[in-house]
Design a protein around this ligand. Structure first.
Ligand code: EPZ
Length: 420
């Protein structure tokens, strides 16, 4: 079992330059989009993270051939060999559900395990299913699996009851090969969805309204191959912005799209962090001596990302006053708080709110990671906690961060991965 050991202290100042990797949440749907064509898809700037290996294992079972060279992937599904996404893979990664739409569109059949809950909530997929049924799929839930069939999907008008990133992605991919036009309303607007649409258009899809709440897709007979660049990971970038703010550091982030971080940047600036846009793909972030407390509420893009909530809570433990963090997206996304309390944080949870009192000095301790962003928040806390912090179960971290500890070490953190 691997662990991460951090020797933290209040006087750490991160300094230097860090290159942000490609976005996990963009590369996963881009990979499943390759099911929509028999031609080759080439993806550049992919992050080498665990979730990519997991989705490629699933894709191989479905009939994909692929190879990875450094941070580029070429993948091709000449013929679909199987339509089944087994429970062990879906349980390992909920995003496996993103094969459902493409399989139905190209192959007319899909058997995908129902994703169980996970550390951040129940995470149903009812919106995916209702949308696909409107496109003509016949779906039943048997023995823990989604059994889906469709002779030929047809266009429809679908309004999502609530914004869903994965649901929007599944429906866009399915509609690309449906007969006629599909209108999707109340779509999620995350940049990763727009990045997927850019790929689909290169493959020959007809999509209007990219990045908007209403997206129109005109189905085409078939899609072809394409070469595509995965956007930088805005959540990894946000994690490093907080790391610099937290340690009153001075770091430059490269290979990022600053405009995708507007809300996070605005909140950091409000708390006193200086952030300077150096050009269209890099930022300098300088932490302030004093961190101003503030209330944050997570919401769908372009609002404050739920995937930045845990990291921000750590920052607010060092603010001079009380902050209230409200989590509106997931029903159980405070599991990191119990671990932060063990480091000495002063946080009270009441319903969907975390009341964070600062400034509270933290002291190092052994902690257990529960999900991807919770584990990132424990690493951040370890940077400024006095003494040694151990983060166990780092497989959660490895799902979505490429070489996090070596990037932090290059900025001056005393951090290492230990095998025990
Ligand atoms: C995506 O998850 C991201 N994952 C998540 O990032 C991110 O937190 C989330 O969007 C919200 O931004 C990927 O893109 C791979 P949703 P997704 O469908 O698509 C409810 C990370 O750390 N809902 O937008 O699964 C759901 O329960 C991960 O990188 C339904 O009720 O999220 C949640 O409360 C964590 N029915 C809300 O909608 C449905 O059919 C948003 O979920 C679907 C979702």
């Amino acid at each position: 079992m691997e662990k991460i050991r951090i020797h933290g202290n209040q006087n750490l100042r991160l300094k230097g330059k860090v290159r942000i990797s490609g976005a996990k949440n963009a590369v996963l749907p881009a990979i499943t989009a390759s099911l929509l064509t028999k031609d080759k898809i080439r993806l550049k700037n992919i992050p080498l993270v665990e979730d990519v290996h997991t989705i490629l294992t699933l894709m191989k079972e479905l009939g994909a051939n692929y190879n990875i060279k450094k941070n580029s992937l070429s993948i091709q599904v000449k013929k679909i060999q199987s339509e089944q996404a087994s429970y062990d893979l879906v349980q390992a990664m909920r995003a496996s559900i993103l094969v459902l739409g493409p399989l139905l569109a190209r192959y007319g059949k899909a058997i995908v395990a129902l994703p169980g809950g996970c550390a951040i909530g129940s995470r149903p997929i009812d919106l995916h299913i209702h949308g696909l049924e409107k496109l003509g799929a016949r779906i039943s839930l048997e023995h823990g699996y989604i059994q889906a069939e469709a002779n030929k999907l047809h266009g429809a008008e679908i309004e999502f009851e609530k914004k869903t990133v994965g649901g929007t992605e599944n429906l866009i991919m399915a509609a690309c090969l449906a007969l006629g036009e599909t209108v999707l309303k109340n779509c999620a607007r995350e940049p990763e969805i727009s990045n997927l649409c850019d790929l689909l258009i290169k493959m020959g899809a007809k999509i209007d309204g990219i990045g908007e709440e209403t997206i129109r897709i005109k189905g085409v007979r078939e899609l072809g191959g394409a070469t595509h660049e995965i956007i930088p990971d805005r959540i990894e970038a946000g994690t490093f912005l907080v790391a610099s703010a937290l340690t009153r550091g001075n770091i430059v982030l490269t290979n990022i799209k600053p405009d995708q971080l507007d809300t996070v940047i605005e909140k950091l600036k409000y708390s006193g962090t200086q952030i300077e846009k150096l050009n269209n793909h890099s930022l300098r972030v300088v932490g302030s001596e004093e961190i101003r407390p503030q209330d944050i509420t997570t919401s769908p893009y372009p609002g404050f990302p739920t995937d930045m909530q845990a990291q921000f809570i750590v920052m607010m433990t060092q603010a001079s006053g009380t902050s209230i963090i409200t989590e509106t997206i997931f029903d159980r996304r405070f599991s990191h708080i119990n671990e932060l309390l063990r480091l000495g944080a002063n946080i009270e949870v009441s319903g969907d709110k975390a009341i964070v009192k600062g400034k509270t000095p933290l002291s190092g301790a052994e902690t257990i990671a529960s999900d991807l962003r919770a584990s990132a928040s424990l690493v951040l806390a370890g940077l400024i906690a006095n003494g040694e912090t151990i983060v166990t179960e780092v497989e959660h971290l490895d799902r979505g961060y490429e070489k996090l500890e070596s990037k932090l070490k290059s900025l001056g953190a005393k951090i290492e991965r230990i095998k025990e």
